[in-house]
Design a protein around this ligand. Sequence first.
Ligand code: MYR
Length: 131
Amino acid sequence: TYNGTWKVDRSENYEKFMEQMGVNMVKRKLAAHDNLKIILEQTGDKFVVKEASTFRTLDMEFTLGVTFEYALADGTMLSGSWGMEGDMMKGTFTRKDNGKVLTTTRDIVGDELVQIYSYDGVEAKRIFKRG
Ligand code: MYR
């Protein structure tokens, strides 16, 4: 189950990923230490998400397979949806400003939540521990 509180423990290639996304250097440096915390609560197909970081706090919800909009911390708007592939969450989102696609997965590996982001040929990983 994805339910619970997840705190980012470490990231792989996240700076490169943000650079590909067009995030400037100052923001990349800050984002590398964003202390991202995600609280997930799934009931059936519906997820309630609470996100907290050094940038913002955000409460939102989505339903698997249903398109929604999501603003990144820098204001970049995405539109897309999450679905399940087996036990893995798979999200496909499109940037509203340039039409490019960002895909992401969430998977529980051991006692960690592994989220992979992919955009324009660059892949990054953020690994969360239960908090
Ligand atoms: C959620 O389930 O947490 C809310 C929806 C997430 C949408 C996709 C998130 C992609 C985040 C990419 C970070 C890029 C930073 C430049």
